[in-house]
Unconditional design. Structure first.
Lengths: 355, 299
């Protein structure tokens, strides 16, 4: 071994350049969707886009931020509710969907002041309490009529074909925006800071990471994404029944998608959403056993493969489609990847019980 | 005026139930640092167990506890040795994810077997479900509510005696302190934790029994029970082992006063009081930290 090995630090690799290019091509192709596919297929794809948004945002919070929330349905429901309210106030429907999400993101700021003080399981259930409270408060609104609900009647202004296409485009645009924002966020200082906090909050603070404001950015981003997903779900479902939107099953779906796809991996959350979409299409009709299967799969992945399918692929084949971290190559030979996971089975727990 | 006094009295009694369901959650958190998200679902499992024994085998619900409580203890032991122990080794996030997955499995298996109907144990305990002592014209104390409250005090006192006076209790406190070091003095931390989980599930079994007798339950009732237990534990968390009781009482009183203000107010007021307490404690340590110290110091 010679000593004059060149050490290079690189971000973009030929593979990641190709991946971004292909992703861009796929998005362009998808943009032509309503011109090519049937209404049914367009609706299905819209659902997939919403799942991707939910998975990606929950993954941003849990996988990158280390904040496992079982209450993201709070923002999902509030997003839909705000859209109903805005449309009722006379705002044009499609802008209302996006503005609703922005409003919910603003509401999530004071919530973050409470909740980010909590850690681990306390944060998880604390968010559930927030979701339960939001549900109860929305029920009080006379427009919603309690659990009876209401619907987004303003959508009737559009002809069916136009409506499907518009909702599809807004969903595709929203998903692309969410992915792009998160991609930029994770490559910035915030991305390094939030992962440092996830891995060790005290150590991160000691090297000058501003813990609270960094957590807040990721929390508000996740709230915004969930709210946008909720508003879009309303545009596809049209009816708004609080129970459906504020149900904890949304969190179950998010956890399933992210755990199976890969907790803390950008590509994994997208993969998880696609897998969930396919599984739902196949087994969704089997009702209760389908839900038992989802819970059991999440449990097994949490215990035995906490980095999910993508995490496994990534480690096994040294894959890195998206240039999020940095790679160190020594003499052209990349050593093992440097995106150290938290929560891997090998990582010793601070309070391990190896008695 | 007397209406409000009555609501406060009923709230205090309701707090007894919350203390019963919360103490297992706090206990597991203080010993193993795990918040078990399947806590509520497991209470519903116990309630359905009692229901089946009462409905199909003619057991008295109190007598059926002789079967259900040991079963719950076994469930706790197995849960710790299979799922929780492995989760703990995976870091902070895994226990939350795995126990949440478990709760989904439990809820839906219950739904698969028992369907959506709400059930109650009230028909099997005869007049106890409605009998009460009339204190004044406006205030009556339900016998079941009183029994629940007394049970809460007995469980909390019993837990405290157990932690201070018994070999196993001391081992649990030592393990909570430092699970690695206790191995040096001949304590098997894995077995101690499994025993602690079994004890926590005993209290969950009792909570399930009182829930079933006091109200109705259905397969998806576990989530709300987890939330109540969590709220009571957090509100009382700054105190001691007995803080759980205080937390339960605060939650119960808030809910019954809220219910008096507005029919929808029961749950809303409970959640709001929880958040207010949380805000008040923004700078105070987390739930469990104090509790854990108390467990160590044994009050």
């Amino acid at each position: 071994m010679s000593l004059d090995q060149t050490i290079r630090i690189e971000r973009w690799t030929p593979l990641s350049r190709a991946a971004i290019l292909i992703a861009a091509l796929v998005l362009v192709l998808l943009a032509a969707g309503p011109l090519l596919f049937s209404n049914n297929a367009v609706d299905k794809l819209t659902t997939l886009f919403i799942y991707v948004m939910l998975a990606v945002c929950w993954n941003a919070l849990a996988g990158y931020g280390g904040l496992v929330s079982v209450g993201q349905q709070a923002f999902f429901g509030l997003g839909a509710y705000a859209a109903v309210r805005l449309a009722d106030a006379g705002l044009s429907v499609y802008p209302a969907l996006v503005i609703a999400a922005v409003l919910v993101a603003i509401v999530s700021l004071p919530i973050s002041a409470f909740m980010l003080r909590l850690k681990g399981g306390e944060f998880a259930i604390g968010m559930w309490v927030v979701a339960a409270l939001c549900h109860l408060l929305v029920n009080l609104d006379s427009l919603v009529q309690g659990e009876t609900g209401t619907s987004l009647i303003a959508l009737n202004a559009y002809e069916a074909d136009t409506r499907h296409a518009l909702t599809y485009w807004v969903a595709l645009g929203s998903m692309t925006a969410i992915l792009a924002i998160l991609f930029a966020l994770l490559r910035s200082r915030v991305g390094s800071a939030i992962q440092a906090i996830r891995d060790n909050e005290e150590a991160a603070a000691s090297v000058g990471v501003r813990v609270m404001s960094t957590k807040r950015i990721i929390f508000v981003f996740a709230a915004f994404g969930a709210a946008l997903a909720g508003a879009l779900w309303l545009a596809t479902a049209i009816t708004f029944q609080p129970k459906t939107y504020f149900g904890v099953q949304w969190t179950a779906y998010m956890i399933f998608m992210v755990l199976v796809g890969g907790l803390g991996t950008f590509e994994g959350a997208i993969l998880g959403a696609v897998i969930f979409f396919v599984i739902e299409a196949w087994f969704g009709a089997s009702g209760v056993w389908y839900l038992v299967g989802l819970g059991a799969t999440a449990l097994v992945f949490a215990l035995f493969l906490p980095r999910g399918l993508w995490g496994w692929l990534e480690r096994r084949y040294d894959l890195a489609l998206l240039p999020l971290g940095y790679r160190v190559t020594i003499g052209g030979q990349p050593p093992s990847r440097e995106r150290t996971p938290q929560g891997g089975p090998a990582a010793p727990a601070p309070t391990g019980n190896a008695g | 005026m007397m209406i409000w006094v009555n609501q406060i009295v009923q709230g205090i009694l309701l707090g007894g139930y919350y203390a019963v369901i919360a103490c297992g959650l706090s206990f597991m958190f203080s010993v193993m640092r795990i918040i078990n998200l399947a806590h509520g679902s497991l209470a519903i499992v116990a309630a359905f167990g009692l229901y089946v024994l009462a409905d199909q085998f003619g057991f008295d619900p109190f007598g059926a506890l002789i079967v259900v409580l040991p079963a719950m203890a076994v469930i706790g032991w197995v849960l710790q040795r299979t799922i929780l122990e492995r989760s703990q080794r995976g870091g902070m996030l895994v226990p939350i994810l795995s126990t949440f997955g478990l709760s989904i499995v439990i809820d839906n298996l219950l739904f698969e077997h028992f369907g959506a109907d709400t059930r109650s144990l009230a028909p099997y305990i005869d007049e106890l479900s409605w009998d009460s002592w009339q204190l004044t014209d406006d205030i009556a104390i339900g016998k079941l509510a009183a029994i629940t409250f007394v049970t809460a005090v007995v469980i909390l006192g019993g837990l405290q005696l157990f932690l201070t006076r018994t070999q196993l209790g001391r081992a649990i406190r030592a393990t909570a302190e430092d699970p690695d070091t206790v191995g040096l003095i001949g304590i098997n931390a894995r077995r101690v934790n499994a025993a602690a989980a079994a004890i926590a599930m005993l209290t969950v079994g009792i909570a399930g029994a009182f829930l079933g007798m006091r109200a109705t339950f259905d397969p998806y009732a576990g989530g709300p029970q987890l939330i109540f237990a969590f709220e009571a534990a957090v509100i009382g968390g700054a105190g001691s082992l007995w803080g759980t009781l205080i937390g339960g009482i605060v939650l119960g009183v808030a809910q019954s006063i809220g219910a008096q203000i507005n029919p929808q107010g029961f749950l809303i007021t409970g959640h709001v009081v929880f958040l207010v307490v949380l805000l008040a404690r923004l700078h105070v340590d987390q739930i469990g930290t104090r509790f854990r110290k108390t467990v160590r110091r044994s009050a």
